[in-house]
Design a protein around this ligand. Structure first.
Ligand code: COA
Length: 170
């Protein structure tokens, strides 16, 4: 298999990350934006990468193949003393690389980061029809905790999202 490098995103990755998000959005109905739907300017993305780096409960990881971004995962920690032990998780992988364990590798790495940051819980929402993501999340120890009704809107259809949480305290 191709050599895959996983590392924290840096501000110099901002331009390529925008291009990545605009491509990957067109490869799946299960991401927040469709093709070319990510409109933030480079400077805003640089600030976001720096902010997540600086925060004690957040991190953005990227996976690279041949020096190109092929996957991205984020823990977005909550602000506020009463919530900051929780972070929201998100992930995407370029379609050419699906089912090659890139998601598993990124999640394994980000869970280690979460433990080092002393997070107690990681949470996420996943569209109920997204079988690959659900299989991955269950494998990585996430449990279903509820359902958000009509949470997702894609292709003119509303669909439910499953809410999941992984406890890091066990
Ligand atoms: C979901 C996603 C991140 C998974 O990444 P990946 O690199 O393909 O993940 P992995 O190869 O590590 O694992 C995928 C798992 O799903 C399983 N899977 C794939 N398709 C499946 C299906 N239709 N039904 C059930 N399980 C499925 C695979 O067998 C694998 O499980 P295993 O490791 O036990 O064999 C990737 O498909 C993706 O980016 N999709 C588009 C964006 C997205 O949906 N993001 C998540 C939003 S909540």
């Amino acid at each position: 298999m191709e050599n895959i490098v996983i590392r924290e995103a840096e501000t110099d990755d901002a331009e390529e990350m925008i291009a990545y998000l605009n491509i990957v959005g067109g490869e799946s109905d299960n991401l927040m934006h469709g093709a070319d739907g990510f409109k933030a300017p480079v400077e805003a993305v640089k600030r976001r990468i720096q902010a997540q780096h600086d925060a004690a409960n957040s991190i953005i990881l990227i996976a690279l193949a041949g020096g190109k971004i092929i996957a991205r995962a984020e823990l977005d920690g909550y602000p506020g003393a009463r919530l900051r032990h929780n972070a929201k998780f998100s992930i995407s992988v370029r379609k050419d690389y699906w089912n090659r364990k890139i998601g598993t590798m990124l999640m394994t790495e980000i869970i280690e980061c979460a433990k080092k940051m002393k997070l107690h819980n990681i949470e996420l929402e996943v569209v109920a029809a997204n079988k690959a993501a659900i299989a991955l999340y269950h494998k990585m120890g996430f449990s279903d905790v509820g359902v958000y009704r009509n949470y997702w809107f894609a292709n003119d259809v509303y669909s439910d999202a499953i809410v999941m949480q992984k406890s890091l305290e066990d």
